[in-house]
Design a binder for this molecule. Sequence first.
Ligand code: SF4
Ligand code: F3S
Ligand code: FES
Length: 255
Amino acid sequence: MPRESSGEVPERSGDRQTEASQKVSLRLKIRRYNPEIREDSWWDEFDVRMLPNDRLLDALHEVKWRHDGTLALRRSCAHAICGSDAVTVNGRNRLACKVLVKEVAPRCTVEPIRGLPVLKDLIVDMEPFFAGYRSVLPYLVPEEGEPDKERPQSPEDRHRFDDTTKCILCACCTTSCPIFWGDEGYVGPAAIVAAHRFIYDSRDRVAQERLQILSAKTGVFRCRTTFNCTEACPRSIQVTKAIQEVKRSILFDRF
Ligand code: SF4
Ligand code: F3S
Ligand code: FES
C-alpha cells in the first residue's frame, strides 16, 4: 500500500494555509534496491502532497525526510548545475531538480539511470562513465611554455565549441544510449562531447591524439545516430551533431 503524507497544514499563517490548499497529489513509484536486504530490485509507492511548481527533487526529499529515510538518492545543487541527480522519470532520463511536479502529477515512476551498476536505490556507480570521460583527455593541452599574458582566442574560434562547453557531466545522454547499454567498452556520448570541447579549441595541441582515441572500436563509430542522447540532454546540447562532427574530422582529417 502506498504510504500517505501527513498533509500537515501550518496553523498560524493564512498564507501557508492557502499554500496547502494549492497542493496536488503525487504518487511516486520508485524502484528500490538494497543488496544488504535482497538480491533483486522492487518497487515502492509513496503518496505526497506538493505544490505544482515544486521540483521532483523536492518530492523525493519529502519521501526521504517524512516517509522512508532509507531512500538513497544523489543530489547537490538543486539547480540543474551539478548534474548529480539524473534519474529515469517515466522512462526518460531527467534531472530530478529540473522536473516540475505539475509536469508529472498525479503519478510518476522514478528509476536509476540505466547501463551503470546500481549501488542502492537511485544511486549508480558512475565510475564506468567517468572512465570513458577520462579516456579522451578532457582538458586543455596548450603549447608549451608560459604565455606572456594570456592565450588569446577570437570570438569565432571560441564559438566553434561553445555548445559542448555547457556539459555538466550528468550522464543523462550516455545512459540513454542503447549502444552504451549493450557495450560497456563504448566511451559514450558524454565523453565525445568532452573531447569535442577540446578538439576544436584553437589553443589546444593534442586534437589528433583525441581523434585517434575516438577512432578506436570503443569510440565514435560505435554510435548509430539514435539521437536518444540529444533528446535526453538537460542542457540542450546538440550531442549527436557533436558526435557527427568528430566522425567527420576523423574520416576527412579536417577540423
Ligand atoms: Fe549531461 Fe548533456 Fe553533458 Fe550528456 S552532454 S553529460 S546529457 S549535460
Ligand atoms: Fe547513442 Fe546518441 Fe549515438 S544515443 S547511438 S550516442 S546518437
Ligand atoms: Fe544538481 Fe540537480 S541537484 S543538477
